[in-house]
Design a protein around this ligand. Structure first.
Ligand SMILES: Cc1cc2nc3c(=O)[nH]c(=O)nc-3n(C[C@H](O)[C@H](O)[C@H](O)COP(=O)(O)OP(=O)(O)OC[C@H]3O[C@@H](n4cnc5c(N)ncnc54)[C@H](O)[C@@H]3O)c2cc1C
Length: 309
């Protein structure tokens, strides 16, 4: 991992920086590149604009490591309302939640009950709930949350990170559940004790995990794969694998983030690939935005240009 990436990721958890940067006009302007706005209506509007291109959506309200019971309740009520709003708007848009938004840090039972409420509403609204994966200490409780919920409903999926050594085993363990799994490279600052430091190793593991989930035995249990990356050579390599092995389209979708590789998103959709774009919104965008900056050093220059332009 480059020094710049490390510094930016370390800054993502700095309270002083968060409080000062989020008040700065040029940072707020630069954030717009990755976020259509702070309100759910902005995200719904963006999802509606992508619909004619055949691109579907995932909506996520930014926020993590919440500490107060009233905040967990607010987030849960918010997502229940979002599921209703998606149905009313006639959109194909899933939701994606972070366990620490629902109470994981304080009360696991409460977090489970809140997730149950969302999955029940997703059942009623013919929709789907994704669980984001946060930093490595959260992997075990997040998987436990997922398997508990998956035993009751098929309308739940989980993100797993290709940079973690453990993920290969986690995927094997989750295959018998017929799981919907979003494979991502991983966005947090992790130690080489738990995560591959070299990008080439992460990329290779990403390919390996995806092809494992596309194998006959995984598909026969009902597994579904989200290939969540903007790495076009890697996506092409997986596309070639899919064509060669005649994998049915229902077994996988590509997924990208709003504002990143827009041209490639349109190209994939035009080629008839199923693509979901994850649209973030909300006021608590600082750590999330710093992770986006860390993914591509050129983004930092974009912020600097915005500052002077
Ligand atoms: C749908 C979706 C859901 C995700 N959910 C999670 C999650 O739950 N947990 C988690 O840890 N991570 C999550 N991530 C983030 C992920 O882990 C990576 O940090 C992120 O996707 C960047 O990695 P990459 O696969 O695009 O590949 P990279 O090798 O990082 O990037 C490949 C190319 O994509 C472009 N690119 C990538 N990122 C950016 C950027 N920020 N700005 C501009 N260009 C960029 C660049 O051209 C870059 O060269 C998610 C990503 C997606 C797409």
């Amino acid at each position: 991992m480059s020094l710049m990436r490390r510094v930016i990721l370390a800054g993502s958890t700095n309270v002083w920086l968060r409080e000062h940067a989020t008040r700065t006009t040029f940072v707020r302007k630069a954030v717009r590149r990755f976020m259509p706005g702070e309100q759910v209506e902005d995200a719904l509007g963006a999802a509606g604009e992508m619909k004619p291109d055949g691109i579907t959506a995932i909506l996520t309200k930014l926020g993590e490591n919440l500490t107060k019971r009233e905040e967990f309740e607010q987030v849960t009520l918010h997502y229940l309302d979002v599921l209703d709003k998606i149905a009313a708007a006639g959109l194909d848009a899933h939701i994606s939640v972070k366990p620490t938004q629902l109470g994981l840090d304080l009360d696991r039972g409460l977090c489970e009950r809140n997730l149950d409420r969302l999955v029940e509403r997703a059942e009623q609204r013919n929709n789907f709930v994704w669980i984001d994966m946060e930093g490595s200490p959260y992997v075990d409780p997040t998987i436990a949350l997922f398997t508990r919920s998956r035993a009751k409903s098929t309308r739940i999926g989980i993100a797993l990170q290709a940079y973690l050594y453990r993920t290969v085993k986690d995927v094997e363990d989750l295959i018998p559940f017929g799981s919907a799994i979003r494979i991502v490279k991983g966005a947090y600052l992790e130690s080489p004790d738990v995560a591959y430091p070299k990008k080439s190793d992460v990329d290779e593991n990403f390919f390996k995990l995806c092809t494992r989930l596309l194998a006959d035995d995984a598909r026969s249990t009902g597994c579904r794969l989200h290939i969540a990356t903007h790495d076009i050579p890697l996506a092409e390599r997986l596309g070639a694998y899919i064509a060669q092995h005649k994998i049915p389209a229902a077994a996988y979708e590509f997924a990208m983030l709003y504002g990143i590789q827009r041209g490639q998103q349109l190209r994939l959709a035009k080629e008839g690939r199923r693509l979901r774009v994850l649209i973030s919104y909300g006021e608590y965008w600082f750590p999330w935005y710093m992770r986006r900056l860390a993914e591509r050093p050129a983004n930092v220059w974009f912020v600097v240009r915005t500052m002077f332009g």
